[in-house]
Design a protein around this ligand. Structure first.
Ligand SMILES: Cc1cc2nc3c(=O)[nH]c(=O)nc-3n(C[C@H](O)[C@H](O)[C@H](O)COP(=O)(O)OP(=O)(O)OC[C@H]3O[C@@H](n4cnc5c(N)ncnc54)[C@H](O)[C@@H]3O)c2cc1C
Length: 324
């Protein structure tokens, strides 16, 4: 099998990868971008995106990602519908193996994203994709729940931060936790416990999301959450909590298995980059988007860091005499 060589290989076609492709293709570096199992990334599984600048009436996630795709094609980026299975970042040029071929690259930009962890009951993930009132991102979707009663599942710092943030919109936020103690820091716990809009469902797990068919303002019929059936982890009793929304805040998993043993990661598996840059510890390897960001996890920050990776890669290739 022949091995094709490229100056820049980008792994991932979310907002980070596509933005890196815009910058590197406009810098005449002829990037190749691999789209993997989720072409267009996480935004392809959501409905309305209201916080990406430039769309005053909002934009549907898949439509936004298709615009980005068309933009990179316009500048000559080559998109490959392949998944990278193996990388060797110890040899130069870097070596990549996909499910269909072998590649070498002078520079690699990693934009493989992250995935929200769901509760494992199936319906939570399904309803998050169909606009059914379930979400894993308070910053993205809190605004849709103004004046409504909602629930947040989780007990760590992120869950409490999301729950407190959601009290700005919701009439009441029920925090559901499987134990009678929170893992979150003392300071965060105090803020949550003092918040008048918060209620706590201790020792509870969600067994089932109960739904009803509702009509949208556009006249479409959608299945929407109406209540949660919860089980008590101590005495096994079942109870129902009527809610209009559910936020699952039990963590995210960065897509970094490929790089284990080759790149530095934090304790949760996120790639570590040099502060204020997209540079990893290996010169010529750059990371952008959710794969290196456990804090913001937004499309616009992913795109911003994709821009940084594109520029960092271009400058590094120039310094090595590999840009022409
Ligand atoms: C349901 C939902 C709703 C959201 N709503 C909003 C919102 O309203 N506003 C907002 O700003 N953010 C929102 N987000 C968050 C936003 O989608 C992410 O922050 C953003 O997509 C991250 O972009 P990324 O480019 O880092 O990675 P991702 O979008 O996660 O893309 C990762 C890409 O890498 C590819 N990939 C992974 N592994 C491989 C491999 N081995 N080989 C090849 N390719 C690979 C995948 O196929 C994919 O194309 C939402 C997220 C979800 C899940």
């Amino acid at each position: 099998m022949s091995i094709s060589h490229h100056k820049v290989v980008i792994i991932g076609t979310g907002p980070a990868g596509y933005t890196a492709a815009v910058y590197t293709s406009r810098a005449n570096l002829s990037p190749v971008i691999f789209e993997g199992a989720q072409p267009g990334g996480q935004l392809t599984i959501t409905t309305e995106v209201e916080n990406f600048p430039g769309f005053k009436n909002g934009v549907m996630g898949p439509e936004l990602m298709d615009e980005m795709r068309q933009q990179v094609l316009r500048f000559g980026t080559e998109i490959k519908s392949e998944t990278i299975l193996k990388v060797d970042l110890q040899q130069r040029p870097f070596h990549l193996t996909s499910d269909q071929g072998e590649y070498t690259a002078d520079a690699v930009i990693i934009a493989t994203g992250a995935s929200a962890k769901w509760m494992g009951i199936g319906t939570d993930e399904k309803l998050s994709r169909s606009g059914g009132g379930v979400s894993a991102c308070a910053t993205c979707d809190g605004f849709f729940f103004r004046g409504k009663e909602i629930a947040v599942v989780g007990g760590g710092d992120t869950a409490l931060e999301e729950a407190i943030y959601l009290t700005k919109f919701a009439s009441k936020v029920n925090l559901i936790h499987r134990r009678d103690k929170l893992r979150a820091s003392k300071a965060m716990q105090e803020r949550a416990l003092q918040n008048e809009k918060m209620a706590f469902c201790w020792n509870k797990v969600v067994e089932e999301i109960l739904t009803s068919t509702q009509e949208t303002p556009m006249g479409d019929q959608v299945e929407k959450i109406r209540a949660l059936r919860m089980k008590d982890t101590v005495d096994g009793t079942i109870s129902e909590l009527p809610v209009d929304g559910l936020f699952v805040a039990i963590g995210h998993k960065p897509n970094t298995e490929l790089f284990i043993g080759q790149l530095t990661m934090d304790e949760n598996g996120y790639l570590v980059v040099e502060k204020g840059t997209s540079r990893t510890a290996i010169p010529g390897v750059f990371a952008c988007g959710d794969v290196q960001d456990h804090v913001y996890r937004q499309a616009i920050t992913a795109a911003g860091s994709g821009c940084m990776a594109g520029i960092d890669a271009e400058r590094w290739l120039g310094e090595q005499g590999l840009a022409d």
